[in-house]
Design a protein. Structure first.
Length: 239
């Protein structure tokens, strides 16, 4: 397993496990209580349940998150829980372990990534790495070859977002909310084929290859993709 860069050491006394399979969720919680000296382990089977827990003045030392939840799409669950608790490390455990997904999560600030079929030994190693303030990377993962200087700045990303049409901005905002194409088409009263065409165009404008990369780009820069749309609407109202 690879070890990421060092961060502050984390004292893990409480863990929040978010997974949509109750049996797996309970089994993981049981495993954690046996192998790790966490005093409190809470579980949630959906993002909405998890958000309710953290809204009750509950602040876990570590969040373990499955990407495949019934009320989220793609990485939107990660962004929402991270936005709610930005200082809490989030260790992702998922069967979706493509290089693009892992890179996107690490770029967005995940504490690490553990494949869902990982052994107890690997899970224990991941917990130890995170508790020592290091990121845990899956076996065989190859970090991006791009240097930090090659990563787009917030200004460059903002300029790309500003170049989107109002309709593309609306669609990008819904993508960041985790909405699938069919739901986007419904909410905007568009044909699904039209939505796909808009997405292809906006991905080209943003210089990314898929929806995940687009969402990471926008969320990493903390940009409001609806801003240009509202500005244009406001300008029209003053005419």
């Amino acid at each position: 397993m690879h070890k990421g860069e060092n961060h502050s050491r984390v004292e893990i006394d409480s863990i929040l496990v978010i997974d949509d399979h109750p049996l797996y969720c309970d089994a993981l919680a049981s495993t954690l209580s046996k192998m790790f000296a966490a005093k409190t382990i809470r579980t949630a089977t959906s993002l909405s349940d998890a958000m309710k827990i953290v809204s009750q003045r509950v602040s876990p030392d570590l969040i373990m998150l499955d990407l495949n939840l019934p009320d989220v799409t793609g990485l939107s669950g990660f962004f929402k829980i991270k936005g709610k608790m930005p200082d809490v490390p989030v260790l992702v455990i998922s069967a979706e372990n493509s290089p693009d997904t892992v890179h996107a999560l690490l770029s967005a600030g995940a504490a690490g990534f553990v494949p869902k079929d990982a052994s107890h030994t690997v899970l224990k190693e991941a917990l130890m790495e995170v508790s020592e303030g290091r990121r845990f990377l899956p076996q065989g993962y190859k970090p991006s070859s791009r240097s930090a200087d090659e990563e787009p700045s917030s200004l460059q990303i903002a300029q790309k977002i500003a170049a989107l049409t109002p309709q593309q901005s609306r669609i990008m905002r819904l993508i960041c909310d985790g909405k699938p194409n069919k739901q986007i088409a419904y909410e905007l009263s568009l044909a699904e084929a039209t939505v796909k065409a808009h997405i292809t165009a906006l991905l080209r404008r943003l210089g990314v290859h898929n929806r995940t990369q687009a969402a990471v780009l926008v969320n990493a820069a903390n940009l409001d993709v609806g801003r240009s749309e509202r500005a244009e609407t406001g300008a029209q109202e003053t005419l």
